[in-house]
Write a protein of this length. Structure first.
Length: 344
């Protein structure tokens, strides 16, 4: 979400209890892997009961000499030698948060045996204004394709999933697959040989939870003095100044202005009572995608604010990914859904 806090001690303890057991893995030739963890996932919570193997702290690129890290979650056993992957981008107002937030969302998918999950860190404002965050996410997609054999990933089937500010990054990533000016030039990690052809940062599906898709409209949604001050606190560091004075940057950060017929399918979920990012932004994005002929599903989270979790929400995400990454005849309902709680 736009403002997130680290995991509470109770949530961290619960996660550690859940991520129990141990497992090993073969090291890739010449490149030792970080330690692995094994997690067992309750069959009552997921459609399958595969274990989730977690590999933490994998470097996916370097920016300014500093490593950017990912955690990789893999099923044991997988249903196939090569699986689709889902890359999660955390929220936090572009200034805070960690990849650990993805561990609340990805294990349920991975435990089906049908997906590899990746949750990434990215650079923060004000030290790194836009489009650094987009460049980081695109670098993660390119790295995952380069490492696809190592992790059992099908490089032709990669989705991105983001929440709040992470949803904004994910949606722009999804709509700018062919825009070289926004690609960035972050390298593969040391030890990876560049392939003979350029690696693509295109994705094949996007899940956006309550992310702002039109930054000018997002900025204009603040109407009280307190809200305007709060909005400046969020967006001025992102753009290096007030959005109206950085109109080109704000437009480049607005997925709605990049929509075209080549975009991947979108699942947009948004609380109807969101007082941080207005619901109308996702509704407008859905309309723009639909006009362009892009498959899009908008799911209102009824009577709910910013950030949401629930079993039916998980089912909708799984149905969407199964439909577009496994080509299953899965119905993805746009009917309103009820949330059960906010994310931990």
């Amino acid at each position: 979400m736009i403002r997130r806090h680290p995991l509470t001690l109770a949530a961290a303890a619960a996660l550690l209890a859940w991520l129990s057991g141990c497992a090993g893995a073969q090291a890739t030739a010449g490149r030792p892997r970080p330690p692995l963890e094994a997690a067992s996932t309750s069959a009552a919570e997921t459609p399958a009961a595969a274990r989730v193997i977690v590999e933490r702290g994998v470097e996916y690129t370097r920016a300014g000499g500093e490593p950017l890290l990912a955690d990789v979650l893999r099923p044991d056993p997988p249903v196939a030698a090569r699986l689709p992957a889902v890359v999660y981008i955390h929220g936090g107002s572009w200034k805070q948060g960690t990849r650990e937030q993805g561990h609340e969302f990805l294990p349920q998918l991975v435990a089906t045996g049908r997906y590899v999950g990746v949750t990434i860190d990215h650079r923060f404002v004000p030290a790194f204004p836009w489009p650094a965050q987009l460049h980081d996410a695109k670098a993660a997609i390119r790295w995952l394709r380069a490492a696809s054999e190592q992790y059992g990933v099908d490089p032709r089937r990669i989705a991105v999933w983001g929440e709040s500010s992470g949803g904004q990054i994910a949606s722009v990533l999804g709509t700018t697959g062919g825009e070289a000016a926004l690609e960035g030039d972050l390298p593969l990690p040391q030890g990876f040989r560049p392939p003979g052809t350029p690696l693509s940062s295109r994705v094949q599906a996007v899940v956006d939870f309550c992310g702002p898709t039109d930054m000018a409209d997002f900025f204009a949604s603040a109407t009280t003095p307190e809200a305007v001050a709060d909005m400046h606190g969020r967006l001025d560091p992102l753009f290096g100044g007030p959005p109206p004075e950085r109109a080109d940057l704000a437009r480049s950060a607005s997925a709605i202005h990049h929509v075209d017929a080549q975009d991947p399918p979108f699942l947009l979920m948004h609380g109807t009572r969101d007082d941080v990012v207005p619901f109308r932004l996702s509704a407008a994005m859905h309309e723009a995608l639909s006009r362009a002929g892009v498959p899009s599903v908008l799911v209102p989270v009824a009577d709910w604010g910013h950030g949401f979790r629930g079993a039916e929400i998980d089912r909708r995400v799984l149905a969407f990914l199964d439909r577009h990454l496994w080509h299953k005849a899965a119905a993805v309902s746009g009917e309103p859904v009820r949330a059960e709680r906010t994310p931990d």
